[in-house]
Write a protein that binds this ligand. Structure first.
Ligand code: ATP
Ligand code: MN
Length: 463
């Protein structure tokens, strides 16, 4: 008995002349009455292994059932390839069919399919070259994120997915309840009586793990979270999902400059990791999906990010002579068109914008002495816009409390958050990197629905 070997390993260390066993899915079959060529893919690599079968040695009906999409196991001798296009191939001795695939109804035919068609067939799209590459890269990036933080002494902290607080004060949350929607208990004033709900209070799916992350940082020093995040924002854009993954490092004793240095080093590390460890998949995406991809990745690694203040950004945008869809002016939030102008036309580099007006940023950001701005930072990437949002946090109890009251946030729900500023408060900072936005950049894919296995967007929760 030969043991199964994965194609990636087989190609890395070919044992020429030895018998091997491979298992996978048929990509294509071609040939004639005498000889059959099968391209087999087992998901371990973008490369197919070529199987060569001498038609006379196999049952005609067996060969007939080897169609695109079928799952098979092949035992055979590993030999140098006779034809071009590949170095090694397997000369088949025995073929077993695990699962047939009806050629007339299998959705993935050889010719290219539109991304929309593949989204509707998200259960099978993993079997295409493009999605195989994307999800192998997504895995590599998830691994590299843990490696990066582990190597510099950050602790992975699991913050809750069900929360009783609205971290951003932004609304747009999914409620979590076991109340019967047909007979909702109400108090005398008509308001829903959440005391009868599962947790005895109103709860939601988290929009960010930051507030809880801060609690960890103010004891463990440096932590990060990496988990699912939910936003019920009705944004039908190629950059928004209702369910996405976010990486949120939070560090005690970091000011905004330390925060920016970490963010820049972190994303450069990840991109370098992809360039070194995902070569074949990136080459495929560069060739077939987004020409110039590898060059753009190298460019980001090799260049320093530009750092400017919000006020400087507004000045640049105002002086650009552009006609904007959304007006530019001090105090207004920057829209995607503004961010992309700065990155793609003005600086031609990733840009970090700092010190935003406090009115357009969250309550917890550290207030500057000017009384108008906060120590916020957004990292903007070419083709994407905002990829990271972060800040130095307000560590002064009185200032934080005043801001909470000013914004009429539920002060009593935040008692535990405020406590950190009463007992051993410390300067600290953190940021959130949207995992899918980052994967968009690394893979050169155009739509965020195509870098998460099963996208959740308004009116869509299939699969
Ligand atoms: P945007 O203005 O683009 O909606 P945001 O300001 O709401 O982003 P933050 O609340 O700062 O974003 O979240 C931190 C990061 O999470 C963002 O920089 C982005 O990378 C990512 N992110 C935010 N919302 C979404 C979403 N709906 N889908 C995917 N990623 C998101
Ligand atoms: Mn948003």
């Amino acid at each position: 008995m030969v043991r199964r070997i994965k194609v990636k390993k087989l190609m890395a260390e070919p044992t020429l002349g030895k018998d091997v066993l491979v298992k996978g899915w048929v990509r294509t079959k071609r040939g004639n009455r005498n000889i059959v060529f099968i391209a087999l893919n087992d998901g371990s690599t973008i490369n197919n292994i070529q199987i060569v079968a001498d038609a006379a040695s196999f049952d005609e009906s067996l060969l007939k059932d080897i169609t695109t999409g079928a799952s098979i196991g092949v035992t055979g001798r590993l030999v140098e390839s006779q034809g071009g296009g590949q170095n090694i191939e397997i000369s088949a001795l025995h073929i077993e069919i695990y699962g047939k695939s009806d050629a007339n109804t299998y959705p993935l035919q050889k010719k290219g399919h539109s991304m929309e068609f593949l989204r509707e067939n998200a259960h099978l799209r993993f079997r295409t070259n493009t999605f195989g590459a994307v999800f192998r890269i997504r895995h590599a990036m998830a691994f590299a994120i843990h490696k990066y933080f582990n190597d510099i002494g950050f602790f992975y902290l699991h913050t809750p997915i069900i929360t009783g607080s609205d971290a951003e004060g932004a609304g747009e949350m999914f409620h979590v309840t076991t109340l019967d929607l047909k007979t909702i208990p109400r108090g005398e004033d008509g308001a829903i009586d959440f005391r009868e709900d599962f947790f005895g209070k109103e709860t939601n799916l988290t929009v960010s793990g930051q507030l809880e992350g801060e609690l960890g940082a103010l004891a463990l020093g440096e932590i990060y979270t990496f988990g699912p995040t939910f936003r019920a924002e009705n944004s039908n854009t190629p950059r928004h999902l209702a369910e996405f993954w976010m990486i949120e490092p939070e560090m005690a004793f970091y000011d905004l400059n330390d925060n920016m240095d970490l963010a820049e080093d972190f994303v450069k590390y990840l991109i370098r990791y992809a360039l070194e460890n995902c070569k074949e998949d990136l080459e495929f995406l560069d060739r077939m999906v987004n020409p110039g991809l590898s060059g753009r990745l190298k460019f980001v690694v090799e260049n320093e990010f530009v750092r400017i203040t919000y006020t400087e950004a507004v000045d640049i945008l105002s002086a650009s002579g552009r006609k904007w869809e959304f007006p530019v002016g001090w105090g207004r939030d920057l829209q995607a068109e503004h961010e992309r102008y700065l990155v793609e036309e003005h600086f031609l580099k990733p840009v970090i914008i700092t010190d935003y007006p406090k009115e357009i940023k969250a309550f917890y950001m550290k207030q500057n002495d000017d009384g108008r701005t906060v120590r916020a930072m957004d990292v903007l990437f070419p083709g994407i816009g905002e990829i990271i949002g972060g800040s130095q946090r307000e560590e002064v109890y009185d200032k934080l409390l005043a801001r909470i009251r000013e914004l009429k946030l539920p002060e009593k729900d935040l008692w535990w958050y405020l406590d950190t500023r009463r007992f051993g408060t410390a300067p600290h900072s953190g940021f959130g990197l949207g995992f899918e936005r980052f994967i968009l950049f690394v893979t050169g894919m155009a739509n965020i629905r195509d870098v998460i296995p099963f996208p959740r967007t308004p009116k869509n929760a299939e699969f």
